[in-house]
Design a protein around this ligand. Structure first.
Ligand code: HEC
Length: 101
């Protein structure tokens, strides 16, 4: 019984730390300046999460959407979007697809 609790706890911690890690990535890349602050026109995280939830379960979606974001043309050429590396962009898109918690 104890083993099961321990296992459940480790899974929970793992999920929590990885969610935290991606939020940190968003913080480090300056995404919060616009998407977490209502003064700006950028859609807030819950809105983006709702929009991108359609990509859940599609293995390539985060990479494809991340590239779209990075290439900038679609979304007004925002510098913070264009500065992202391929890996960071797809990691952040995955975070958004998973609900941006
Ligand atoms: C300078 C302000 C600003 C910063 C910083 C910023 N964004 Fe944005 N972002 C916007 C605006 C404004 C839009 C909406 C553009 C539009 O709808 O044409 C947008 C759109 C988006 C979209 C797409 C929305 C859609 O319509 O599909 C995503 C995803 C996104 N941002 C993620 C991020 C991430 C991840 C970061 C951090 C690297 C970030 N943004 C940093 C302003 C910003």
């Amino acid at each position: 019984m104890k083993k099961i609790y321990f296992f459940a706890l480790s899974v929970l911690l793992l999920v929590m730390t990885s969610a935290q890690a991606n939020r940190q990535l968003a913080v480090r890349n300056g995404c919060m300046a616009c998407h977490a602050d209502t003064e700006y026109d950028a859609p807030p995280w819950p809105e983006l999460a709702a929009k991108y939830a359609q990509y859940q379960g599609q293995p390539d979606a985060a990479r494809i959407q991340g590239e779209k974001l990075r290439k900038g043309k679609l979304f007004n050429n925002i510098k913070a979007h264009r500065k992202l590396t391929t890996n960071n962009a797809s990691e952040l898109m995955q975070w958004i697809i998973d609900g941006a918690q």
